[in-house]
Design a protein around this ligand. Structure first.
Ligand SMILES: [Zn+2]
Length: 154
């Protein structure tokens, strides 16, 4: 993992870009069964933005959430230990108050977050002009089980 100190607060422009990309990512959601569109975007310490959307299939448990869709390609394309730090994640849905990442995604985000303070911004049906909820992964997944817990057994 890169230096966790890279978890610097987002500038106003970075947050705007992150939100816009997460909201736009909803357009690519493939959700013919639930009609529940979700878009997500991750901002990395490299300055790169990575988006994802939910992808459903007829065998419903096989689908994937937008958050994991955004994060997995980053992990799968960068050799450890060169994984850049996730500085923030945004999630966008069409409901208000905004939806939060599901439990499975919280665990997934926690795995690759270098800080429990990773901010997660949640946008609802009115996008940037509506309600925004900001919480950290530590708040969304308290008492988490992560990679360091496995090491405690050594
Ligand atoms: Zn999820």
């Amino acid at each position: 993992m890169a230096n966790p100190e890279s978890l610097t607060p987002l500038s106003k422009d970075e947050l705007q870009e992150l939100a816009e990309r997460a909201i736009s990512a909803k357009e690519y959601a493939y959700c013919p069964y639930s009609n529940f569109r979700v878009g997500a975007c991750v901002l990395l310490s490299t300055g790169a933005y990575h988006t994802g959307s939910n992808v459903e299939v007829a065998a419903t448990p096989v689908g994937i959430c937008a958050e994991r869709c955004a994060i997995a390609p980053i992990v799968a394309s960068i050799k450890r230990p060169d994984m850049p730090v996730m500085r923030a994640l945004a999630v966008s849905t069409d409901i208000d108050p905004p939806a939060s990442p599901c439990g499975m995604c919280r665990q997934f985000i926690n795995e690759f977050a270098t800080s429990r303070d990773l901010p997660i911004y949640m946008y609802g049906k009115d996008g940037l002009s509506g309600n925004v909820v900001k919480m950290t992964i530590g708040e969304l997944l308290p008492m988490s089980f992560g990679p360091n817990d496995l090491k405690r057994n050594e």
